[in-house]
Design a protein around this ligand. Structure first.
Ligand SMILES: C[S@@+](CC[C@H](N)C(=O)[O-])C[C@H]1O[C@@H](n2cnc3c(N)ncnc32)[C@H](O)[C@@H]1O
Length: 268
């Protein structure tokens, strides 16, 4: 699929997720149970607006980022604000959290959640992660949860991450990568693209994008199954993914969830 088509497929799919109030990744379990399986504690889930958790995450990047009071955090593909709201209390009133997402319906939901929850240090910006609406050398920590696999130009995303990070700034990403080549039915499925599988690349290729950007101290860890199991029968993305799978086949044969940590050289 070419870039423009990918953006349309992804934007339309996630507009649908906001409207349905739940995503494909949660499978047959609730968004809350899905978040627990991604590593979120009940204490964390208790402090964020319930509607911010759409069941579309694949890890818990804020857990790895060890955020500090006063830091500026940027969340790539912030969705309804899930990780931004968690980061908010960790960086406090002297810190700031910026969420960037290209889907207007997501942004609207995230802003509504911020208003309702009174998250004064969180701001949401409409934009693409390949062209971040963020100044050079201005961010302490970049987080992202199940988004970069959806980009048609992952090298550009990591180059942008490098550009906006302050020297000494760090990266903590949860994402999906492949461990085996996808069969054509999955590779060509628009639903599997929106469902975080068909746009994913092999782990080695993912590492190369990070290295090429100039980031150092890179650590890539397999966290477990992709969790995008297509089991949520009520979700159109999940239904499409299931259709593209042969009987007996599982997405876990092809994809895993990863955590990616890295740092830009220098002192903050
Ligand atoms: C799987 S959801 C994850 C949302 C959020 N991180 C969470 O864990 O709840 C992917 C999100 O990334 C956004 N997205 C996908 N590709 C993007 C791009 N190239 N630029 C900006 N946002 C993008 C989508 O609009 C959607 O909100």
């Amino acid at each position: 699929m070419e870039e423009l088509k990918i953006k349309t497929v992804v934007r339309d799919a996630y507009t649908g997720v906001v409207k349905n109030g739940t995503g494909c990744c949660g499978g047959t379990v609730s968004s809350r149970a899905h978040a627990r399986s991604c590593g979120y504690s009940d204490a964390e889930l208790a402090v964020i607006p319930e509607e911010a958790n759409l069941g579309v995450s694949c890890g818990n990047p804020t857990a790895l980022a060890s955020l500090k009071e006063g830091e500026v955090v940027l969340d790539l593909g912030s969705g309804a604000g899930f990780d931004c709201f968690l980061a908010s209390s960790r960086v406090g009133g002297t810190g700031k959290v910026i969420g960037v997402d290209m889907t207007p319906a997501m942004l609207e939901k995230a802003r509504e959640n911020a208003r309702k929850g009174n998250f004064g240090n969180v701001e949401f910006r409409l934009g693409e992660i390949e062209h971040l609406p963020v100044a050079d050398n201005s961010v302490d920590v970049i987080i992202s949860n199940c988004v970069i696999n959806l980009s048609s130009d992952k090298q550009k995303v990591f180059n942008e991450i490098y550009r906006v990070l302050k020297p000494g700034g760090r990266v903590s990403i949860s994402d999906i990568a492949l461990i085996a080549d996808l069969p054509p039915a999955l590779k060509q499925s628009e639903e599997a693209y929106a469902g975080c599988i068909a746009g994913a690349v092999m782990i080695e290729e993912y590492k190369r994008f990070v290295e090429e950007s100039g980031l150092g101290d890179i650590r890539v860890t397999i966290r477990g199954p992709s969790r995008c199991d297509g089991g949520n029968a009520g979700d159109p993305i999940a239904q499409g993914v299931r259709k593209a799978l042969k009987p007996g086949e599982s997405l876990n044969d092809y994809a895993v969830s990863l955590s990616v940590e890295a740092r830009k050289a220098g002192d903050i």
